[in-house]
Design a protein around this ligand. Structure first.
Ligand code: FES
Length: 125
């Protein structure tokens, strides 16, 4: 079984790197590691667990003044079920529903209330 190192970054710290098997979700791995992440539905419909993909293992980073390409959730994760709470635009912007997302590569993800505040309310919750 393959696993990937996922670094969960918080604006106010501390950052934590957890090992996530490719058949488990980031939320499941975080709970196994004793890292608290917010969640509610665990079905991809409420947005409570949202994080934002910052960079992939290969160094692709968030879009900035240098014009670096921003990673998409489809570059880094497979979903157990459709992420209904996210729009295509939000997925393009790197937002990820950590309750149903399983990693395909090592990456860094911003988590915490600031990320949740950036995303609108789910139409399904
Ligand atoms: S906990 Fe509801 S979308 Fe992840």
């Amino acid at each position: 079984m393959t696993s990937h190192d996922i670094t969960l970054e918080r604006l106010d710290g501390p950052n934590r790197t957890i090992e996530v098997a490719d058949d488990e979700t980031v939320l499941e791995a975080a709970q196994r590691a004793g890292v608290r992440l917010p969640y509610d539905c665990r079905k991809g419909t409420c947005i409570t667990c949202v994080g934002r993909l910052l960079a992939l293992e290969d160094g692709v980073s968030e879009s900035d003044a240098s014009g670096a390409e921003q990673p998409r959730d489809t570059d880094a994760f497979t979903y157990r079920r459709p992420p209904a709470a996210l729009t295509d635009r939000e997925r393009t912007d790197g937002y990820v529903l950590l309750c149903i997302a399983s990693p395909r590569t090592d990456c860094r993800i911003e988590v915490g209330p600031r990320v949740r505040a950036e995303v609108g309310d789910s139409p399904w919750s």
